[in-house]
Design a protein around this ligand. Structure first.
Ligand code: GDP
Length: 543
């Protein structure tokens, strides 16, 4: 894999057509860029650690310590970085495994959950959904799944914690199908569960693998393999074998065989079982991931899909991270390479401004002092220091102009009033808010009944409020007060004139930045009441 890729440097394509660069094509072929979608505590961090363990990037000792020192407010991966001294940016982790370059994008959960978490999914080519075998599909999994479904990216499912009592594989499959509305195709099936979870049966090969006891969780777990149909197979006692064959017969009767094409079209998710903690099933999962997950593909642009092996570089900014350190105003723009080859110092055009930019020392790369990015290929993520020249959704390119599709906005679920403390700094407040909204740090609405001294902020995760307050203070010298509001949803309302709208108590009509009317509701119940009272009204997403 990838041999000679660094020496074959010349692009063979011509300007004007989408030529092909074989060296780029080879790099594309070996790349996998994905994100893990899961609810907090389902096992995302543990599975990530195992991926590093299998890729040889993590020693056993490094794994055992550390978790206790985890700080809630920091990104999980920044902690991984601190604890293990591995090179990660706060947004992606690059791992070489079996000839592949795997880029794992961070999707913060817990208190870090924000619109950035959703936007990061825009940079992924596929997703791994980690479910807790006992808890099944949980709230945050569902939200992240919906964002993946928008782009129809393929999703593999790992049902984790099979070693915990109370897990029910059939129930989990049912929830995936009913709650998420996607077909679930188990590729393997657990043998025993809870304390009795001891192996897996591969449905395609009909092989059973029984895990050998050893040092659980620390090493690649050895297995003993046999044939599930062999009545003399010493690995399974008669009762276990009968139960397994019954369950598999049930699965065979219920669904069609797994079709990789339907997986790539996001119509079905292949499901694998295991326990990230004990390593059971992790290797089978990684094998399935590498053989099924797609390499970077063509990406929609204003001029049609752009193939990744187009020789000229292009990419888009999917996240801009403000620096919370008041001494540095720099921000980091995270760029996903979509085509061609990125080399340090190259000159590119920003499609939004038409401006030429040199991606050089002045736009130094984020991870420079650890692992400077000299070269990158489609699927890779690079961090660029930005003093404002890169904005969320920007396309950077060489050669023929390209402009990738704009990033979507996402439905906010948290609302608060932000007030400028010192009336003499209202101008700075207004300017700061305008820039932060434009940058995508937060969404904002205004209450027509109020003056410009306050803004209604709307966020996907409450951390966004803190970021906005801190940045207003450090970058614009504006102190603010934040007061949470009880709303949980925003809907754009199309109705004229708005004075005739009958609002249920506790809901509010606001205006977005383009002057469109947006109604805020506290609950789905209030939304229904609003619909009932205003039958002619049409709705749109607030984004
Ligand atoms: P995250 O919040 O999704 O990153 O979850 P973590 O990986 O931090 O795991 C949350 C908790 O579940 C930790 O205490 C883990 O040790 C535990 N855990 C993770 N995977 C497993 C598993 O397969 N079995 C069991 N029993 N516990 C697990």
């Amino acid at each position: 894999d990838g041999i000679g890729a660094t020496t074959a440097g010349e692009a063979v394509g011509t300007r004007g057509g989408w030529g092909v660069d074989p060296a780029v094509r080879e790099q594309v072929r070996r790349r996998r860029t994905f994100a893990i979608i899961s609810h907090p505590d389902a096992g995302k961090t543990t599975l990530t650690e195992k991926l590093l363990l299998y890729a040889g990037r993590l020693d056993v000792a490094g794994m055992v310590r550390g978790r206790k020192t985890r700080r809630a407010a920091a990104s999980d991966w920044m902690d991984l970085e601190r604890q293990r001294g591995i090179s990660v940016t706060s947004t992606s982790l690059a791992i070489d495994y079996r000839g592949h370059r795997i880029n794992l994008l961070d999707t913060p959960g817990h208190q870090d959950f924000s619109e950035d978490t959703y936007r990061t999914l825009m940079a992924a080519d596929c997703a791994v959904m980690v479910l807790d075998a006992v808890r099944g599909v949980e709230a945050q999994t569902e939200k992240l799944f919906r964002v993946c479904a928008l782009r129809k990216i393929p999703i593999l499912t790992f049902v984790n914690k099979m070693d915990r009592p109370g897990g029910d594989p059939l129930k989990v499959l049912g929830e995936v199908e009913e709650v998420l509305g996607i077909g679930a195709a188990p590729l393997n099936w657990p043998i025993g569960s809870g304390r009795d979870f001891r192996g897996l049966c591969d449905r395609r090969t009909r092989r059973v693998s029984i895990f050998q006891d050893g040092a659980p969780g620390s090493l690649v777990v050895p297995t003993t393999d046999g044939d599930r149909d062999d009545p003399a197979c010493p690995l399974l006692d008669a009762g276990t074998r009968a139960a397994l064959l019954d369950e598999i017969a049930l699965l065979d009767g219920a669904g069609e065989p797994f079709d990789p094409g339907r997986f790539l079209r996001a119509e079905v998710t292949p499901v694998l079982f295991g326990s990230a903690l004990t390593n059971y099933g992790v290797e089978a999962f990684l094998d399935a991931f590498l053989s099924l997950s797609p390499p970077p593909g063509p990406r929609p642009s204003d001029g049609g899909p752009v193939p990744p092996d187009r020789p000229e570089f292009s990419g888009f900014v999917f996240k801009v991270q403000g620096n919370m350190d008041s001494k540095h105003r720099d921000r980091i723009a995270f760029l996903r390479v979509c085509s061609g080859r990125f080399v340090r110092d190259m000159e590119v055009v920003n499609a939004r401004t038409g401006e030429k930019l040199r991606m050089s020392r002045s736009h130094r790369l984020f991870a420079q002092d650890r692992e400077a990015v000299e070269e990158a290929f489609p699927g890779d993520i690079i961090g660029l220091a930005s003093t404002g020249q890169y904005r969320l959704g920007d396309t950077l390119y060489q050669g023929e102009p390209v402009r990738y599709e704009p990033l979507p906005q996402f439905d906010p679920e948290h609302f608060a009033v932000l007030t400028c403390r010192d009336t003499r700094r209202r101008k700075q407040f207004a300017r700061g808010m305008e820039q932060l909204v434009e940058e995508g740090a937060i969404q904002a609405f205004s209450d027509p009944a109020e003056g410009g001294r306050e803004q209604i902020l709307a966020a996907v995760g409450p951390l966004q409020f803190e970021v906005v307050q801190a940045r207003l203070e450090s970058e614009y010298g504006v102190a603010t007060d934040l007061e949470p509001l009880p709303y949980t949803m925003a809907h754009r309302v199309e109705s004229e004139p708005t004075s005739l709208l009958r609002m249920p108590p506790g809901s509010l009509l606001t205006l977005d930045r383009s002057g469109r009317v947006v109604a805020l509701f506290q609950s789905a119940f209030d939304l229904d009441a609003f619909r009932g009272r205003n039958p002619g009204v049409r709705f749109g997403s607030a984004g």
